[in-house]
Design a binder for this molecule. Sequence first.
Ligand SMILES: [Zn+2]
Length: 201
Amino acid sequence: MVGLPEIAPLPARVLAEAMRVAVLGPRDIPGLPEAVATQLLFEFEKNWSGVLIPVNGENVIVHNTNHLPERQESNIMHELAHLLCKHKPARIVPPGRFPWASRSYDCEQEEQAAWLGGCLQLPRCALLAALKRRLNNPAIAEFFGASVEMVRFRRNMTGIEPELARLTGATASMVESTGPKLRRKGSKLAATGLILQPELF
Ligand SMILES: [Zn+2]
């Protein structure tokens, strides 16, 4: 769908492009007064992450560009997850706190979007592969563009630890086996020689 290798981090903006969803920051919105954009980015910084806005039958995600890059990934994935799940908004929120109409979802849909967003950022099989390689949480977070909190959340929620304990040791030699090698260009992990083997994902 997005033309990436089978095993690779999936940047949220790449997925958004494949889904034909524009991703904008407040300052990218044509006609939005600078004072309003500044208010959203600073005064209300902690009050919002991202919103999905219907514009002429298309979907636009406006997200908080003041959040850390890894948080932005998670925020955008969350909004995309709503779309992938074909969630019907509980209501359309009229302009007010935000200068545009947006969608509001019920709790169950929010939980589903949070779960799918995490799966997209850090699939269980990818997490397992990284752990078999004995990468720690910060290294996994860097490779997949996720936050350390997300790595921790996925480790806790996927029940991966018992499986890892069973597999550890038996797989150490597999890591050195031949096969397509994947490196994330420019990352510290690539510099230190991290090689993720497809068969481990
Ligand atoms: Zn949501």
